[in-house]
Ligand binder design. Sequence first.
Ligand code: AMP
Ligand code: MG
Length: 326
Amino acid sequence: MISLGIESTAHTFGCGIIDDKGKIYANVTDAYKTESGGIHPSEAKQHHEEVKDKVIEDALNQANLKLKDIDLVSFSQGPGLAPCLLVGLKKAKELAKKINVPIVGVNHCIAHLEIGKLMTKAKDPVLLYPSGANTQVIAYEGGKYRVFGETLDMGVGNFIDSFARHIGLGFPGGPKIEKIALNGKNYVEIPYVVKGMDVSFSGILTNLKQKYDSKKYNTEDLAFSLQETVFAMLVEVSERAMAHCGKKELVLGGGVACNRRLQQMCRIMCEERNAKFFVQPNEVLVDNGLMIAWLGILQRKQGTKNYDSIDIKPYERTDDVLVTWK
Ligand code: AMP
Ligand code: MG
């Protein structure tokens, strides 16, 4: 069985193709970027409208397949920006109807976790999922993927992007901050905000902006201190989730997981507690269609040809989904 998956929750329109053995055929993405300023939902939607046909065509070409070879169409149902999600839904329905195959809507956060398991062969990991809009620590317990810790306000990626925007860098700011941080030498004290198992970034953002505006600090030192502080928060909560669940594996997923310093800090923590740490290639860490296609395979029993019964779920939470495929 071959599944074609469509991702469109936020800035990225992606199409991936995979079969039920986990054989990867294609993974093509096109992401909305800006020179300055952040992500604007209606502009991101416009971007998706413009690139969607080309992305899908490129994926089929990369896979050396025709649309009629596809047995299942899967799409990101949520969580995400409604205008962006609707582009994916519409396109998925159109394709599925055309070739008369079932359609299945899947949860974006769980897709990050399941592709992580497929790519790394981790069996029962804790997932640290730091992305633009989301920041969660997730693990499987009692029939669901449970959220053991999460952000109380913005996703860590949005937080980094907001600071980057404040200092005049465009979107996405994460890779730029990572580069600048390499030249930071002095740690500047900024708030460290862990509340129970949750994290919060809005106060840190205000503090960093004030420090930058005061012109008393070196920008590279601020970028360095930002990374050291908020990544330590994420690692702390992940470690506590691993200890609590008795799990011995950590998988990273989400765009901020591309950051080498975060990967290094996770690796050190895992080594110290004799756990295994897995990093995936960047193209599956960021939002992509391959993970959607794969979760579609896992949830194929829920596929339907009753196309009108399918809608987006912009606010769906990880722990709303009953895991029926394990
Ligand atoms: P996602 O929403 O999972 O596609 O991730 C997008 C987010 O990842 C954006 O906020 C980016 O700024 C962030 N990001 C991408 N690469 C890096 C990096 N190397 N370091 C930190 N953040 C990054
Ligand atoms: Mg994501």
